[in-house]
Design a protein around this ligand. Structure first.
Ligand SMILES: NC(=O)C1=CN([C@@H]2O[C@H](COP(=O)(O)OP(=O)(O)OC[C@H]3O[C@@H](n4cnc5c(N)ncnc54)[C@H](O)[C@@H]3O)[C@@H](O)[C@H]2O)C=CC1
Ligand SMILES: O=C([O-])CC(=O)C(=O)O
Length: 346
């Protein structure tokens, strides 16, 4: 049985994500932390007739650092959708000023209260918040790169949906057949759709402009939602689904389940340099980038291996060019995250 803590549980993503976690019979304890309304959300979810025991944790003041420790202790998995979302006209990078310190402080508490937990970071800009988390954990001497995950699943979910519409396939049939790698922002997002012969054949039937529009729509899908919500935030429900899809995989692996080996597993933005064969991948194909999203194979709540896209997913020359563009954009975001922690007191 698994204890899961959600930090930012009362937010637009946090509430539906917590609902989905509450419905998972493998979750025995669901701990909901937020600076507002955590107790209300916990009371509400606690009436659902599933096994997870739900508890809310809300700090009494800005100085209260004990409540989060109580929420986190003994967690096997911590999911973090805390922080501010975009408004129209903003990029994800514009969220850095507020969200960087929120992630630094939450991950600092994780490093002290439950250093062995798997950590899933949803808060944007993911390209920087994951490097922040890595640096905080390194400073505390408890960094396990196999257990730190930037959640990029929404990019895969979008790719499956949008490609399904174009090639007239049900999107569910594309899960595990296509992949998205890179980062989680604009042109750092790289969809790969030639991994299987059957999907590649259908993609080859698309016109050049249809293919380009598909790539653009996956890369900038977040903007569509921000625009439609018109100031009321960004993707929350699709993100809760995507975040749960990845969390469910971690929970399953904690309980000894393994995924189907015939499917490409979902990707996650990870510290490549710290996982088996990651350095080699980075040196050979990724200009030494330390962080990158790749399909990850899990075991016992941590990364056992990744699927090397360049060996296994039939990356085309066009897709390779997208990877180069992505690497250009990623490095600054990684450096920004790392430098932020170097200058911070934990
Ligand atoms: N990785 C991804 O694919 C996606 C990431 N996001 C990001 O997720 C984040 C959350 O988005 P929403 O849920 O829409 O925002 P929201 O504003 O609805 O909810 C955020 C929650 O975080 C809480 N919070 C703020 N500071 C906190 C702290 N120090 N400790 C604990 N909780 C704290 C707030 O009280 C609020 O309940 C944003 O940064 C957004 O950009 C959004 C969609 C997709
Ligand atoms: O676009 C945003 O700001 C939220 C997000 O990350 C997404 O929807 O992919």
């Amino acid at each position: 049985m698994v204890k899961v803590t959600v930090c930012g549980a009362a937010g637009g993503i946090g509430q539906p994500l917590s609902l989905l976690l509450k419905l998972n019979p493998q979750v025995s304890e669901l701990s909901l932390f937020d600076v507002v309304n955590a107790n209300g959300v916990a009371a509400d979810l606690s009436h659902i007739c599933s096994p997870a025991k739900v508890t809310g944790y809300q700090p009494s003041s800005k100085e209260d650092r004990d409540t989060i420790q109580k929420a986190l202790v003994n967690s096997d998995l911590v999911v973090i959708p805390a922080g501010v979302p975009r408004k129209p006209g903003m990029t994800r990078a514009d969220l850095f000023n507020i969200n960087a310190s929120i992630i630094r402080d939450i991950v600092g508490s994780i490093g002290k209260a439950c250093p062995n937990a798997a950590i899933l970071i949803i808060s944007n800009p993911v390209n920087s918040t994951v490097p922040i988390a890595a640096e905080v954990l390194k400073k505390l001497g408890v960094f396990n790169p196999k257990k730190l995950f930037g959640v990029t699943t929404l990019d895969s979910v979008r790719a499956e949906t949008f490609l399904g519409e174009l090639i007239k396939e049900t999107p569910t049939s594309l899960k595990g057949q296509i992949s998205v790698i890179g980062g989680h922002s604009g042109d750092t997002i790289v969809p790969l759709v030639h991994a299987t012969a059957s999907v590649a054949k259908k993609v080859s039937g698309l016109s050049k402009s249809q293919y380009n529009e598909f790539i653009h729509r996956v890369q900038f899908g977040g903007d569509e939602v921000v625009k439609a919500k018109n100031g009321a935030g960004s993707a929350t429900l699709s993100m809760a689904y995507a975040g749960y899809r990845f969390a469910e995989k971690v929970i399953g692996s904690l309980n000894g389940q393994s995924e189907s080996s015939s499917e490409i597993p979902d990707s996650s933005y990870i510290y490549l340099a710290g996982v088996p064969n990651g350095k080699e991948l980075s040196q050979k194909y990724l200009k030494n980038s330390e962080f990158f999203s790749v399909p990850v194979i899990l075991e016992k709540g941590q990364i056992k291996a990744f699927v090397n896209p360049f060996d296994k997913l039939n990356v085309t020359s066009e897709e390779s060019k997208l990877v180069d563009i992505a690497l250009g954009g990623l490095q600054n975001s990684i450096d920004q995250g790392t430098t932020f922690v170097t200058g911070s007191k934990l």
